[in-house]
Ligand binder design. Structure first.
Ligand code: DAH
Length: 346
């Protein structure tokens, strides 16, 4: 009987050593320590044995039982710990995995262009001011020598704001050009004035490849003693050189704007044909990019600046056309459709 007990213990411990999982361990426990186990039946059979044998075998069997239980407990804690570690390992954060990149946004190409043009003028000593898009008729037209019956109003189809002063006069509008800010600068600031005025402007027009009812302009104004046409040309020439490149030719020609005298238009050599003539430049070789001129004495005077002492130059340009010319974009509406396939290219 003692031999049987020893063999049982050896077998049990050998098998216990080979156990690798909790489930397997439970089967082992049932087999060697459970109610129906061999060891248990030996212990239950003790009562039937003679006293001497009962003592020796009982003691032995109980020791073996205690040993097996101890082995079981140890194995169980080893396996549970391994199980915990495994779970932790599975859930471990792998910091070497490449992250999922968030798509980075960037400035709209028109916003980029506004900033680029303003930066050039800032480096030449100009300040930057913005104003409201809803404007008084006075600053958009009247202060700039464009009275009600002036033909120049025809070229600026106006969106009037539903606000009528006494006498049915229409007094508010969506500004049709940023020159309204030049009128304000002349009224509210004193020389020396050097400002650029970027912003959105509105014309009551249908959209097509070259028109949208909202677009962007930058105006500029410089007022001081002894400002001449040479300052105008020098400043705008430098702007063109920096924005379009050293080798691009620039041309000034006479033009008419009610708020300047004399008025000019500035054109640059066509970016596509370099002056030879093509569809983009309507075969002229030149592309007009801005209007400018010497501040009209009446405009200065209306703003309280004495034209006998001070003179000034002003200019205004469409901003949307600049990136169109630079990148060969042939439809202005692309800027406003918010199609990321287009916008993300800039
Ligand atoms: N405001 C004019 C327009 O929208 C452009 C312009 C021309 C602005 C001459 C000026 C200027 O300041 O001097 O067509």
């Amino acid at each position: 009987m003692l031999e049987r007990l020893e063999g049982l213990k050896l077998n049990a411990l050998k098998e216990l050593k080979a156990v690798t999982g909790i489930k397997e361990l439970d089967l082992w426990r049932v087999h060697y320590l459970g109610k129906k186990s061999e060891l248990n039946s030996i212990l239950r059979g003790l009562a039937a044995l003679p006293v001497e044998e009962r003592k020796a075998i009982g003691a032995r069997a109980n020791r073996i039982k205690a040993d097996l239980e101890g082995g079981f407990g140890q194995k169980e804690s080893v396996l549970r710990e391994a199980q915990l570690m495994g779970a932790a390992e599975e859930r471990r954060l792998d910091i070497s995995l490449p992250g999922r990149p968030y798509p980075l946004g960037h400035l709209h190409p028109i916003t980029q262009t506004l900033a680029e043009v303003c930066d050039i003028f800032v480096s030449l000593g100009f300040g930057v001011v913005e104003g409201t898009e809803v404007e008084w008729n006075y600053y958009n037209f009247e202060a700039l020598n464009i009275p009600e019956e002036h033909p120049a109003r025809d070229s600026m189809s106006t969106s009037w704001v539903d606000f009528e002063a006494e006498g049915g006069e229409r007094t508010m509008l969506l500004r049709t050009h940023t020159t309204s800010l030049t009128a304000r600068a002349i009224e509210f600031r004193r020389p020396p004035i050097r400002l650029v005025e970027p912003g959105k402007v509105y014309r009551y027009e249908a959209s097509d490849a070259t028109h949208t009812p909202m677009f962007h302009q930058i105006d500029g104004i410089a007022v001081d003693e002894n400002i001449t046409m040479a300052d105008l040309k020098g400043t705008l020439y430098e702007f063109a050189r920096r924005f379009f490149g050293e080798e691009r030719k620039v041309r000034f020609r006479c033009d008419y704007f009610p708020f300047v005298e004399p008025g000019v238009e500035m054109a640059i050599e066509c970016s596509v044909c370099r002056g030879a003539g093509c569809r983009l430049c309507s075969n002229t070789g030149w592309i007009e990019i801005l209007g400018a001129g010497m501040a009209h004495p009446q405009v200065l005077e209306r703003g309280g600046i004495d034209p006998e002492i001070y003179s000034g130059f002003a200019f205004g340009m469409g901003v949307d056309r600049l990136p169109m010319l630079r990148h060969g974009i042939d439809d202005i509406r692309l800027f406003y459709n918010n199609d990321l396939r287009f916008l993300s290219q800039f």
